[in-house]
Write a protein that binds this ligand. Structure first.
Ligand code: ZN
Length: 144
C-alpha cells in the first residue's frame, strides 16, 4: 500500500503507547519481556491515578503495563469489570492544550480540564471511551 502522508493526522504524530491493565506487574513483566525479547526500561508510580507502570519499547512506540495500587482506582475498577486486557491507546501530540481545545470543540468528552502529569515524563489528558468507539484515549505531550 502506498504511504499517504497527506492523509495522515496533522495533530497526532504517532501512537505513543498502548496501555495494558494487569493484575500483577511481577507476573506481567517477565511475560512481556519474553513476548517482545526486550527489557522493561522504567517502572514508575503515578500517585494521582493510584497505579504503578512499567514500560517496554517497540520501535517508536511503547507498551505501558498498569497495575493498580489500591482497590478503588481506575485500573482496579477496570480489572474488576473486564479483567486483564487492553486499557487505552495513547497518541503523541505537540501541543496538548490546543488539542484539548480542538477535541472539546469537536464534541469529545475530556476527563480533565487541564493536562495532568503522567508517567514517563508526559503531560496527559484522557478522552472518554464513549465517544471514541469504546476505546479510552490518551493524549501525551513531552514534559520538558
Ligand atoms: Zn497511558
Amino acid at each position: 500500500m502506498e504511504f499517504m502522508s497527506d492523509h495522515a493526522s496533522p495533530y497526532f504524530t504517532k501512537i505513543e503507547h498502548i496501555g495494558i491493565a494487569v493484575r500483577s506487574l511481577e507476573e506481567a513483566i517477565p511475560r512481556y519481556e519474553r513476548l517482545m525479547g526486550g527489557r522493561v526500561y522504567k517502572r514508575e508510580m503515578v500517585e494521582r491515578e493510584g497505579v504503578e507502570t512499567a514500560f517496554l519499547l517497540c520501535g517508536p512506540n511503547k507498551i505501558e503495563l498498569l497495575e493498580s495500587r489500591g482497590s478503588d482506582g481506575p485500573i482496579a475498577l477496570f480489572l474488576e469489570r473486564r479483567g486483564e486486557g487492553m486499557h487505552h491507546v495513547a497518541y503523541a501530540v505537540a501541543d496538548i492544550r490546543s488539542e484539548m481545545h480542538r477535541l472539546k470543540q469537536e464534541g469529545f468528552q475530556l476527563l480533565s480540564d487541564e493536562p495532568n502529569p503522567g508517567a514517563d515524563g508526559k503531560w496527559v489528558c484522557f478522552i472518554h471511551p464513549r465517544g471514541v468507539s469504546g476505546v479510552l484515549t490518551e493524549l501525551c505531550q513531552d514534559r520538558d
